[in-house]
Write a protein that binds this ligand. Structure first.
Ligand code: CP
Ligand code: NVA
Length: 327
């Protein structure tokens, strides 16, 4: 086991569960596992999860998160168990009972659900089960690992760079705000009134900010993207908010990321999106397909990020040379 990759935390429910240095090590480890993936079964971590079972419990749809966790566990030599969300998330029996069942069989469980509070309750009830947040209404921390790795690959050193997030102050924006603060990135968030990042998140980001990282909220998207190195957006209507879709389409229309808005960003600014994207809504086809669009790099890096996270949480990183990245 390489001490540099060991974390003391049982769970990853939020980026804030990691110290800034741990989060950076996770991104560095993701870069490392990406470099050695081509070695296949010869990769140093190919048996790291041997004999371990990881449950996947998804109460909302998923393409990227589910697929990448499944491949990550398999490529680390572990076994995946698909759990039935309607049988497991507090509808048949209390979530604390579910947790105390799961920990008798599994080493970790990856959960996508609505309520962060339910996830916290599940993690608290299971004393030796690692619980990973695969997205709740409040946070999407695994996405943030991939996002920071992707930004590092395209921009190099991140400290002092500026990213603009345009759109809903939602789960993706929250985890991005936590992660950006930890790695020294300035983050501008432009949202309509009533849809801004919660005050709690602004305070949390300020509390973990390093190297002068600043989070600034805007209502004007043009002001937010001015000079930015990357512009990030997400759906206007998250899973579970479908009944608000029509109102949201109207409220968010001025926040569309289009070529005009991108022209106010820095020269060669990157375009980012966690996906799935809705062309003609939060982003135009032209921006989505533009040269600066790195959305599929983000998607690819979900795989490497999930592997790094599992290696760190389960403390199963084999003893091998680690080259960390300088964010
Ligand atoms: N970005 C993301 O989490 O994608 P999925 O909803 O497909 O998992
Ligand atoms: N904010 C979106 C992210 C999907 C990956 C949602 O919660 O639906």
């Amino acid at each position: 086991m390489t001490p540099a990759t060991v974390v003391q935390h049982k769970d990853f429910l939020s980026v804030l569960d990691f110290e800034a240095a741990e989060f950076e090590r996770c991104v560095g480890l993701a870069a490392q596992v990406k470099r050695v993936r081509a070695l296949g079964r010869e990769a140093p971590m190919a048996e790291a999860l041997s004999g371990r079972h990881v449950g996947l419990l998804f109460d909302k749809p998923s393409l990227r998160t589910r697929t990448t966790f499944e491949i990550a566990v398999r490529e680390l030599g572990g076994e995946v168990v698909a759990l039935q969300a309607d049988a497991a998330l507090g509808r048949r029996e209390p979530v604390a009972d579910v947790a105390r069942n799961l920990e008798r069989w599994l080493h970790a469980v990856v959960v996508r659900t609505f309520s962060q509070r339910l996830l916290v309750a599940l993690a608290a009830a299971a004393h030796c089960l690692h619980v990973v947040n695969a997205l709740t209404d409040e946070e999407h921390p695994c996405q943030a690992i991939a996002d920071i790795l992707t930004l590092h690959e395209h921009l190099g050193r991140l400290r002092g760079r500026t990213i603009a997030y345009v759109g809903d102050g939602n789960n993706v924006a929250t985890s991005l705000a936590h992660a950006a603060a930890m790695v020294g990135l300035h983050l501008h968030v432009a949202s309509p009134a009533g849809y801004q990042l919660p005050d709690r998140v602004v305070q949390q980001a300020a509390a973990v900010a390093r190297c002068g990282a600043r989070l600034r909220l805007f209502t004007d998207p043009v002001a937010a993207v001015a000079g930015a190195d990357a512009v990030y957006t997400d759906t206007w209507t998250s899973m579970g908010q479908e009944h608000e879709a029509e109102v949201r389409r109207h409220v968010f229309a001025p926040y569309q990321v289009n070529e005009e808005l991108m022209s106010h960003a820095g020269p060669g600014a990157l375009f980012m999106h966690c996906l799935p994207a809705h062309r003609g809504e939060e982003v135009t086809e032209a921006v989505f397909e533009s040269k600066g669009s790195i959305v599929f790099d983000q998607a690819e890096n979900r795989l490497h990020g999930q592997k790094a996270l599992l290696l760190m949480l389960l403390n199963t990183m084999p003893d091998c040379e680690l080259r960390m990245v300088d964010l």
